[in-house]
Write a protein that binds this ligand. Structure first.
Ligand SMILES: [Zn+2]
Length: 296
């Protein structure tokens, strides 16, 4: 059992004992918590100069404070709603089979035939954030979109299918409560850990560090291992990250979950919490890389 799963036992026991005292955490869209955790992980990995520039744009807010702004903006500006996800076709080619990965010209076109999914939205706002001739207001808006969208694209059910709205239409019971497949991946799995967002991000960080060897006896090697692990997780393109998330959605998200009447609980949770943890870690590290590259 990994140290991460050991750490999970105490919170779960605590959660059981407090269950009657605590209100349910309700949330939508990678859950506010998921977005905030991604932002906190990213904040820890910003270069010092970039930290200052980000702080300058944010005024008094932290990165996690603005991580959910884009979901509210969705209601004010419906045209932004397609930028939170990417839909893949169920079958392509002949004989028809599951798509092997993300194809821009097929999967990232909006209803007007323009580029329009989470991948191109990140690119669009990356260009604005990096353009110092733009106003601070425009660059701040770009930063807020990027923080949110990088989180979204690491939620596997945001890289899935249109016909069930990324699992939103797959109604089910999650630990005996009404939920749906999308919401489980937004917030249900994260919520089971019963950690604060800071604690959750710290735990993700600790896992990265634990996997890098022994800090006490070989500091230099540990540091090098940690850095190379971070570099590996930060590597790749937006297109590849969308493909990876899609593959997780198909294999682990949908798994064999029936379209109606599913009852998911401990088995599904124990199979998938580590995948969610990894996606949050990757989302945070990659967000940091995007901001470091854009604002250096
Ligand atoms: Zn979103």
């Amino acid at each position: 059992m990994s140290s991460a799963s050991l750490k999970r036992i105490a919170p779960i026991a605590l959660a059981l004992s407090l269950i009657v005292l605590l209100p349910a955490r309700t949330s939508h869209a990678w859950g506010p918590s998921g977005h905030r955790i991604v932002a906190i992980v990213a904040r820890h990995h910003l270069d010092n100069g970039v930290k200052l520039k980000v702080a300058g744009l944010l005024g008094g807010d932290s990165l996690e404070d603005v991580a959910n702004w884009a979901d509210d903006e969705r209601e004010r500006r419906p045209e932004t709603s397609e930028w939170h996800f990417v839909n893949f076709p169920r079958r392509v080619g002949s004989p028809p089979r599951l798509p092997a990965g993300f194809v821009r010209s097929r999967d990232c076109v909006d209803r007007n035939g323009e580029p329009g999914c989470v991948v191109t939205a990140i690119e669009k706002y990356k260009a604005i954030l990096g353009d110092t001739t733009k106003s601070n207001a425009d660059r701040l808006e770009a930063l807020k979109f990027i923080v949110h969208f990088v989180g979204d694209m690491h939620q596997p059910m945001h890289c899935s299918f249109a016909d069930d709205r990324g699992g939103n239409n797959i109604k089910l019971l999650w630990f005996n409560r009404q939920s749906n497949l999308h919401r489980i991946w937004d917030s249900g799995i994260i919520g089971r850990a019963n950690l604060s967002e800071e604690e959750f991000a710290d735990e993700l960080e600790a896992v990265l560090e634990d996997q890098s060897g022994d800090e006490e006896f070989a500091v230099a090697a540990w540091k090098a291992n940690l850095q190379s692990k971070i570099n590996t997780l930060q590597s790749g393109t937006l297109d590849q990250w969308a493909t990876d998330a899609f593959k997780i959605a198909v294999k682990d998200g949908y798994d064999n979950v029936p379209k109606t009447g599913a009852r998911l609980g401990a088995t599904y949770y124990s199979k998938n919490w580590q995948i969610v943890d990894d996606q949050l870690t990757k989302g945070g590290l990659r967000l940091a890389k995007i901001l470091n590259d854009t604002l250096r």
